[in-house]
Design a protein around this ligand. Structure first.
Ligand SMILES: [Zn+2]
Length: 272
């Protein structure tokens, strides 16, 4: 049994009321630690890492609003890459959650909320949905993020990239992208520079994302709205298209439980 197969098994058993459900981290020493990207929603604070039955020291936690990954070279992608390369993360899990407020916020509502904070429309790029990575489906957002991570040149083919949804009320995990299945079956990512050549030459279309990303902060306040719509910035390629997917099935009914997820972590080796 692979690490996340054991995690999902323990999670589901625990949600179903099995107080002995859990896993032995020592059995998965080659697959730990895990890197997880979740939303900033404070309701998730109590869930991790215990919803994964992992000890805290084997859980590298990255968070951003909406667990969004916008581009293969974005700052979140760079953190994921460093978490793998420097902190030794062996597997990545993008974990969305039900009832995500980022998902429920429209561009118009976002504009109003930002305006209330003193951020005027002209200070923002034309396409708010694209800029902030807003999304209308938590599941599709996770699938898209997994796709970008899997194809990012910053993440080597040795790292499985999984996608999950977690029920905000019960902590139950739903596995929606199995990183073991897509692992090593995809084309090798674009290689980084072998010499001192600029990233634009080595990374091809990926570098164009970077150009667009880097140029925006350099614009002066007041020029932003105008500049963001210029042909120059429109040269940037759109993000890789999400794979064609069947319509997301409805979220299954919640399992009524007296207690949220509490799978145990067993410090000693030996499967239960
Ligand atoms: Zn959220």
């Amino acid at each position: 049994m692979r690490l996340f197969e054991a995690i999902v098994d323990a999670n589901h058993r625990a949600v179903a009321g099995d107080r002995e459900a859990g896993l032995h981290p020592a059995d998965f020493a080659d697959e730990l630690p895990v890197i997880a990207l979740t939303c900033v929603d404070p309701r998730l604070n109590a869930f991790f890492p215990n919803a994964l039955a992992l000890p805290a020291e084997q859980f590298i936690w990255l968070r951003n609003a909406g667990n969004i990954i916008t581009q293969p070279l974005s700052s979140t992608m760079r953190s994921l890459a460093l978490a793998c390369a420097v902190k030794g993360g062996r597997e990545i899990a993008i974990i969305g959650h039900t009832d995500c407020q980022i998902c429920k916020t429209t561009a118009m509502q976002l504009l109003e909320k930002l305006k209330a904070l003193g951020v005027d429309r002209h200070q923002l790029p034309e396409n708010l949905n694209e800029f902030f990575g807003m999304f209308g489906s938590e599941r599709q957002n996770v699938i898209k993020a997994c796709d970008i991570v899997r194809n990012s040149p910053l993440i080597g083919p040795k790292i499985p990239v999984h996608g999950f949804m977690v029920d905000i009320e019960t902590g139950r995990l739903e596995w929606i992208v199995n990183g073991y299945e897509t692992w090593q079956t995809l084309p090798k990512p674009v290689e980084m520079s072998k010499g001192a050549g600029p990233m634009t030459e080595e990374l091809g279309s990926f570098a164009k994302f970077n150009i667009g990303e880097m140029k925006f902060p350099e614009t002066k306040i007041g020029e932003t709205a105008k500049k963001i719509g210029t042909p120059e910035l429109k040269l940037a390629s759109p993000p890789p298209p999400a794979p064609l997917l069947p319509a997301a099935p409805a979220i299954p009914p919640k399992i009524p439980l007296p207690q949220p997820i509490r799978p145990r972590t067993f410090p000693t080796r030996g499967r239960r």
